[in-house]
Every structure is written in structure tokens, then in C-alpha cells.
Design a binder for this molecule. Structure first.
Ligand code: A2R
Length: 315
């Protein structure tokens, strides 16, 4: 009978299905760090992984491990090479969160351009009555919006942005068959953009890809939105660009050292900040939980995965 360790919160609907599954032993643990995870998986056949990293030393502690079912689409914190070397299969939850992350992108964009933080405080504080109307803000309509990473989520963002009648441009490593202008140079794209949305995976190939040059190319009226991974943006360069006025605005759902957010970003009037809630709605977390459990139960039934990560698809 396989032993499944569920490491972190799972939506109640997913938990109910897992509890109802026959011939599975399930242990729920509430670890938040990789160190404490390593201590809990010595007799696990399967791990349902939330946000904790799983590096090679932790994977080695799971001597019986056969599957890691990652709750989320990004799996940059899981050492897939170490998993493949051991024949451990890794799944993730693509597609089911595309719409919600796109909604979060729109939320950040509108909040930034339309000066939501300032104007809400203006209404709430009585400044409207005491001082008059709030200053004018910027329309989201008709802007040039660059998408860094036009994959499943990036395409959904482009689709949902259509109501603003934008010019969409994009940067990826490979040109796609889409009706948008492709830039093979990120700095050149940033120069052309009013808003730049980051939605690539994390990991080595995108580490600090949004650097000082990209931020300054986006310019004093430009807005950066990051709904991908904190590692994609050079946070020191971002703070410097905001403080010097070389970048206009930043809407951030993810951070380099999250859940820590640098004081400079918290204090800035040019930022809109969220605590990594891109997919965090009841509906979407239920769908992600369901797919995570689907992968576990399919593996238990026939040894295959419903949505393996590409690196493990051959196993
Ligand atoms: O580069 P390509 O042609 O493989 O396109 C992918 C792009 N991408 C990059 N673009 C520029 N420089 C890179 N070094 C780079 N690496 C990847 O990101 C593709 O267009 C996009 C990723 O799309 P998907 O694999 O479909 O991922 P999905 O589901 O959109 O999620 C993206 C990320 C997750 O990995 C989490 O970190 C976050 O959104 O939730």
C-alpha cells in the first residue's frame, strides 16, 4: 500500500478524494521548509509538494520515493535531474491556473496605471472632501504590452488583455506562430513597451533576465509586472530604477526572497504588491488540488502520470 505524504495545504475537495482512495496511506504534514520536509519523507512512496524546494539531498532522503506531485505549474525548485536519475516521476499542474494568473496580471496592471492605491486612500481618508479630486491617472487602453514568456499563461494574458485593445509584443527563446511582433532582444522590446509582463519559468535560464538595462529601457513611464518567479527580476536593480525614477511602476506578485519583501519595495509609492497570490482563489486552488490528486491516483492505478513535467515524460 503506497504511502503518500501531503506536504502543506491541499484544498478540501482534493483532500476528500485522497482520503476516500482505497489502498493508500496518507499523512498530512504542515512543513514549510525543505529541511523539515526532508525529515518527513523517509518512508514515503509519493509526495504531494506545495512550495517547498526539493533539492538532491532531500530527494536522497526519500529512499522509497517514486513520484513527486507538484501543486503548481512552476517546478524550478525541484531538482528534476536528481529525480530522473532515480527514476522518480514528477508531475505539475499546467493550464488549470492560466486564467487566474492572467486575472492577477490585469489586477496589477489596472491598480498601477489607474493609481488604485493612492485613489482608494484618497477616498477613504477624506482627502477627496478636504482637498478635492484625485490627480489624473493613466489609461490601460491602447498600450503596447510586452510579454516575456508567451507560453500557456502568457497566451491567456494576451487573450484577456484584448479588451484594452493593446499592441502585444513578446520575447521568448523561440519565435511562436502567433500574430504578435517577436523581439529576440529583451532590451529592444522593453524600449517599445508601456507595460512589460514577466511570465517565464524560474531557473538558471531566466535568472535576473530583467536587469538594469531592461528596466531602464522600459523607462520612467513604463510599468513592470512580475507574475512568474522573483528570480526573473534583478530586485536590487528594480529598487534602484524605481527610486531614481528611471522606471515608472512595478506590480509584483513574486519576490526574490519571498515571503520577505524588501522595505524599499514596501515603502515605494510606485509599487503594487501582492503576496504570491497569482492562482490563489478557491476555484483555481480546487482545480490545482484536483489535478495534483489525479496524478497521484493515476500513478497508483497504472504507474503513469496525467501531467508529467517534460523532463520526466519518458519515464
Ligand atoms: O523560450 P521558449 O521558446 O521555450 O518559450 C517559453 C518562455 N521561456 C523563455 N523566454 C525567454 N527566455 C527564457 N530563458 C525562457 N525560458 C522559457 O516561457 C514559453 O513561451 C514560456 C513558458 O511557457 P510554459 O512552459 O507554457 O509555462 P506556463 O504554464 O505559461 O507557466 C510559466 C511560469 C511557470 O513556470 C511559473 O514559474 C509561473 O509561470 O507560474
Amino acid at each position: 500500500m503506497p504511502h503518500v505524504v501531503v506536504a502543506g495545504p491541499l484544498h478540501p475537495s482534493g483532500r476528500a478524494r485522497l482520503d476516500a482512495a482505497k489502498d493508500v496511506t496518507v499523512t498530512y504534514i504542515s512543513v514549510t521548509s525543505e529541511k523539515s520536509l526532508a525529515a518527513e519523507i523517509s518512508d514515503a512512496d509519493a509526495v504531494l509538494l506545495r512550495t517547498q524546494p526539493m533539492t538532491a539531498p532531500t530527494i536522497a532522503k526519500g529512499e522509497r520515493l517514486k513520484i513527486v506531485s507538484r501543486h503548481g505549474v512552476g517546478y524550478d525548485a525541484v531538482d528534476t535531474d536528481a529525480c530522473v536519475a532515480r527514476g522518480i516521476k514528477v508531475s505539475h499542474t499546467p493550464d488549470v491556473l492560466n486564467g487566474e494568473v492572467a486575472n492577477t496580471t490585469l489586477l496589477l496592471m489596472l491598480a498601477g496605471l489607474r493609481n488604485f492605491r493612492h485613489d482608494e486612500a484618497w477616498a477613504r481618508s477624506g482627502d477627496w472632501e478636504a482637498k478635492g479630486g484625485a490627480p489624473l491617472s493613466t489609461s490601460p487602453d491602447g498600450k503596447t504590452i510586452g510579454i516575456l514568456g508567451l507560453g500557456r499563461i502568457g497566451q491567456e494574458i494576451a487573450d484577456r488583455l484584448a479588451v484594452f485593445n493593446p499592441t502585444i509584443v513578446y520575447h521568448t527563446r523561440t519565435k511562436k506562430d502567433v500574430p504578435y511582433t517577436y523581439y529576440d532582444d529583451l532590451v529592444e522590446m522593453a524600449k517599445a513597451c508601456d507595460v512589460l509582463v514577466c511570465i517565464t519559468p524560474g531557473g538558471a535560464s531566466t535568472n535576473k533576465i530583467v536587469n538594469k538595462d531592461v528596466l531602464e529601457a522600459l523607462g520612467p513611464k513604463g510599468m513592470l509586472i512580475n507574475v512568474s518567479r522573483g528570480s526573473v527580476v534583478d530586485e536590487d536593480a528594480l529598487i534602484a530604477a524605481l527610486e531614481s525614477g528611471k522606471l515608472g511602476l512595478a506590480g509584483l506578485d513574486v519576490f526574490e526572497g519571498e515571503p520577505h519583501i524588501p522595505d524599499a519595495l514596501k515603502a515605494s509609492e510606485r509599487t503594487v504588491l501582492l503576496p504570491h497570490v497569482g492562482s490563489a482563489t478557491h476555484e483555481t486552488r480546487a482545480a490545482m488540488g484536483a489535478l495534483t490528486v489525479d496524478n497521484l491516483l493515476q500513478w497508483k492505478a497504472d504507474g503513469t502520470l496525467k501531467t508529467p513535467v517534460p523532463e520526466c515524460a519518458h519515464l
